[in-house]
Design a protein around this ligand. Structure first.
Ligand SMILES: [Zn+2]
Ligand SMILES: [Zn+2]
Length: 235
């Protein structure tokens, strides 16, 4: 119902830039004015082959210190304005315009070209309480928006978060890892065994959430684990 009302509102009211709020004289996606659009920073190679941070094509110092359980993580954009605002619009108001804007941006930079074709796409799950409160899982919506050709591979219920955790943004690195310890599990490990898996999430910050998800996939025998986020912070 909310999505329907929102779609109606978008038709009735003129579009605004999702970055700065300026009224736009057009309604085409992404909903960004010319100056916000030029601020969007795609991540280009070279980057760390493991975590994807823009650097050289050698492993970055933090990947040398602490190996992640996933094989490679890739992000489309640097987490700064207007991407930050787009993600907030999507996460906290479930904005359809925010989601369709990401779909348009992901198509421009060809998100699928960053990965081998996976067998399964697993969105990072929310705990059931947060899912009920928010009404949707942004990682699932982003997976559908960014990989339309691989829609059939998305399995939203395979990876489960069975423990509520403190929001990661409130914690530092070490606390982030212990906060997530044992938070995820796989409902049918046999489905994952020997498969190429692509995890999806909104933002890569320290990588601990994706690392914890990758650990349980690794234990279940996944053959290859890649991780996709629309944005990542720089160290
Ligand atoms: Zn703008
Ligand atoms: Zn790295």
């Amino acid at each position: 119902m909310r999505l329907l009302l929102e779609a109606l509102a978008e038709l009735l009211f003129p579009a605004c830039c999702l970055g700065c709020g300026r009224q736009l004289g057009f309604f085409h996606l992404p909903l960004l004015c010319t100056s916000c659009k030029t601020e969007v920073s795609p991540i280009f190679p070279p980057c760390c082959p493991c975590c994807g941070v823009p650097s050289t094509d050698k492993r970055c110092s933090s990947c040398l210190d602490h190996a992640f359980a996933f094989d490679q993580a890739r992000s489309l954009f640097i987490y700064q304005e207007p991407i930050k605002s787009l993600i907030l619009h999507l996460k906290f108001s479930g904005s359809l315009a925010g989601l369709s804007s990401f779909a348009a941006l992901a198509q421009e930079v060809d998100a699928a070209a960053l990965f081998h074709e996976p067998d399964l796409i697993l969105p990072v799950p929310l705990h059931i309480r947060r899912l009920r409160w928010r009404g949707f899982n942004q990682s699932l919506l982003l997976a559908k928006a960014c990989f339309p050709a691989w829609k059939e591979k998305i399995q939203p219920d395979l990876l489960q978060r069975h423990r509520a955790t403190v929001p990661q943004t409130q914690l530092d690195g070490a606390a982030r890892r212990s906060n997530l310890e044992g938070a995820f599990s796989i409902s049918k490990p046999q489905v994952v065994r020997g498969r190429r898996v692509l995890l999806t999430d909104d933002v890569f910050t320290t990588g601990s959430t994706l690392h914890e998800c990758a650990k349980v996939l690794r234990e279940a025998g996944a053959a290859e684990i890649a991780a996709f986020t629309v944005a990542r912070t720089l160290k």
